[in-house]
Ligand binder design. Sequence first.
Ligand SMILES: [Zn+2]
Length: 334
Amino acid sequence: MTQTLEIGAISVMPGEVRRGGIPIGADMYGRERQIPIIVCRGAQDGPVLWLNGATHGDEPEGPFSIFLTLQQLDPQKMRGTVVAVPVLNVEAFTAGTRGDPLDTFSHDMNRLYPGKADGYPTERVAHAHWQAMKDNCDLQIAIHSGGDHSYLAHMIFASDNPPSLELAAAMGPNWTLVFRSGTGGGNPSSQIGALGKAGITVELGGNCRTLTSDFHEVARDLCAGFLNVMRHYGMIEGQAQYAGSWRMGYQIALLAPATGIFVGNPDLPFETPIENGTMLGQIYDLFGDVIGEVRAPQEGVVFGLRAKPSVLEGQWCCFYGVVEETVNDLITRK
Ligand SMILES: [Zn+2]
């Protein structure tokens, strides 16, 4: 336990918090670039939890919820380690866009893990992150939101293995929608799942909710989930809370049937069961006529909706969930 823990370019002893980075090559000025990381290592041994924010550069909920979480931690009273990566894709975050605008060949960082040492620019960043994380990670939470175009309500995409489903359940009472996302796919959660570890992707928020109190509310909600996870695994003191049951199923992308202005149904509830055919939103042309409708394709739940009214035919309008089963044993499925 007195050994140093090496993550990226930094070394951390028990009971220490260290800031540093994961080297990712030089910029045009010749300066070494690093993915910024903060490692909070408990005085006692325990699991290593990675919190990965802003894989997509238009999703600031990750960084802010990570800041709030770190404020709550005292390494002297902690077991295990939190490796916090507020912003994974710094180039994209700088531009405020989903991917690095200078990298058109590997734009979506959440589709190309484990990355490539000799690949396109974003593949190289993913590779450096993956190499730093893969052998030093028991629990991985990737933090996402609706970003520039949508709002997403509480939703967890969990790798399809028991440790990941347990981690999803450990997020606490607000997180009752848990969909399986397979293992071995191109996102970090899925890759961690393929190693037999726990990996989940949590979705909450969007740029439509980044103004003052609204942004704090979203970030506090996420932070409460991360602290609940830490209680569940004995990393910090206190009793974890759980949902009574979890709804599992799959998502359907509901795409715009026309080009125009998308306006959601004002009475639309998120995360609540709705019937087949329920009106979710309408699309207007520039004369004010309704030229398209988005309706529930079957019984299910809306967990996300387009928040950017301007829409092209074929663009995402609604994140629709179909619930296949309700389970109450995610914690005990080992
Ligand atoms: Zn995202």
